[in-house]
Design a protein. Structure first.
Length: 168
């Protein structure tokens, strides 16, 4: 990644290939029971019922029909936190109200996790920002969180990660 950054900022697609994809691979999200949907389309109706917003989730990891992880990437020059409103909007379209929905946002340099509680009307928990290239152990922390999410959601134990427990 640092080699590719030497020439300047990376666009969203490069961040997906160089950071997000290896994270998903190393934590087993490309293996059964998970399925990946890239550019998953979502529609969000505004409260007044007149406006419909359409967007695409950069990557959505599923276990059967259950949403496991929403992944939103931004180019390196944009703050990871700026992806939060868009990620939450996508997560709120999940129709499975019995399980939490998890999100990962990255700009290639930083990773931020968000967890939307089931039936919460927008109540969410945020992790701290993990700076992937500042400290080597930050990668390990991100991998551990993803593995924890994957193992809980793979065997239907999503209740073990309580809605009030921060993702970190």
């Amino acid at each position: 990644m640092l080699y590719h950054r030497a020439d300047g900022e990376l666009l969203e697609g490069s961040v997906m290939l160089l950071v997000a994809s290896p994270l998903l691979e190393l934590t087993g999200f490309y293996d059964p029971p998970f399925k990946l949907r890239a550019e998953a389309a979502v529609e969000i109706s505004v409260d007044d019922g007149e406006e419909v917003l359409r967007g695409h989730i950069d990557a959505l990891v599923l276990n059967q029909s259950f949403w496991v992880l929403v992944l939103e990437a931004k180019k390196t020059m944009i703050s990871t936190r700026s992806a939060l409103p868009q990620t939450l909007a996508y997560m709120m379209t999940n129709t499975d109200a019995d399980r939490p929905t998890f999100g990962l946002m990255t700009n290639g340099d930083d990773v931020l996790f968000v967890k939307l509680a089931p039936q919460s009307l927008g109540q969410y928990d945020l992790s701290r920002v993990f700076s992937l290239y500042t400290l080597g152990e930050e990668w390990q922390s991100v991998l551990q969180i993803l593995k924890r999410i994957g193992s809980a959601m793979a065997i239907g134990r999503s209740k073990t990660i309580a809605p009030s427990t921060p993702v970190q």
